[in-house]
Design a binder for this molecule. Structure first.
Ligand SMILES: C[S@@+](CC[C@H](N)C(=O)[O-])C[C@H]1O[C@@H](n2cnc3c(N)ncnc32)[C@H](O)[C@@H]1O
Length: 245
């Protein structure tokens, strides 16, 4: 049975968009997953098809009405997790993508204007997820981001069977750098160890680079990694593998 994504939006034409191409597009055509874009406006009750209203308490902008959003959610609800994309949500992480990929699918609500009446988010016990600390004009691009992160993890979608195992966040480290031919380009040589044919040395170099990059760029991930791998004598398991670090 294919993995089912439903997206509730005022702009259904934005889907599948870029997800109709490449790996996700091939998987969509092969019915590994399906994507249903539901126009929230179809659930408006009045002849003007109104979906929003002014905020109680005043302030700028408009808020999406709970009754209209509720009717749209009810039209697709079948026990799949429901996600509201919002800058106020928990940050989207690789383990969320993995969790959604292991289920039967997901229902995603895209906000517009100032957002959505909070009561309908609570009534449906929606997970509130953000794709980063910046404000976009709607939830459609975040929905595409979430679907892309999930779909590439579905069985049979990724080219190399194990490429998801080594990449950034598969464990809480950023990935090591990649190189391909030519071995020398604009007087820059590929690190010798990668040409050595010595698998153990290559693996050790890659791990050391992953650790260095994580330590330099993401102290938050590095702290989580070192505390998770701390041994009782205060050294980390990585110190044991790579005493030079
Ligand atoms: C203009 S934004 C509303 C921003 C809201 N007033 C706030 O300050 O949190 C409209 C919609 O875009 C979506 N959106 C914008 N930025 C997002 C982000 N970083 N992550 C997830 N969704 C986002 C949400 O669905 C949001 O309801």
């Amino acid at each position: 049975m294919s993995w089912r994504a439903s997206v509730l939006t005022l702009f259904p034409e934005m889907f599948p968009g870029p997800l109709g191409l490449s790996l996700a597009g091939k998987a969509l055509a092969a019915r590994v997953w399906s994507l249903e874009a539901v126009n929230i406006r179809n659930f408006a009750g009045d002849r003007h098809r109104t979906v929003d209203d002014t905020p109680f308490g005043g302030g700028p902008g408009m808020v999406m009405r709970p009754d209209v959003v509720d009717a749209a959610l009810a039209s697709v609800a079948d026990g799949r997790p429901m996600v509201f994309l919002t800058p106020r949500g928990r940050p989207l992480r690789q383990h969320d993508a993995r969790r959604f990929a292991e289920g039967t699918g997901v229902v995603v609500l895209c906000g517009r204007y100032e957002g959505v009446d909070q009561r309908v988010i609570e009534a449906h016990r929606m997970e509130e997820i953000s794709i980063g600390d910046y404000v976009l004009s709607g939830g459609e691009l975040p929905a595409l981001v979430l679907f892309d992160a999930v779909v590439r993890l579905l069985p049979g979608v990724m080219g190399a069977a194990d490429s998801a195992v080594e990449e950034s966040f598969a464990e809480p480290l950023l990935e090591y750098p990649h190189y391909t031919r030519p071995a020398e380009w604009q007087e820059r040589r590929v690190p010798d160890v990668l040409l050595s044919g010595h698998h153990g040395a290559v693996a050790a170099w890659r791990r050391a680079e992953a650790e260095r990059i994580t330590r330099e760029r993401r102290p938050d991930l590095w702290d989580a990694y070192t505390s998770a791998t701390s041994s009782s004598d205060g050294r980390t398991k990585n110190d044991e593998h790579h005493p030079a670090l």
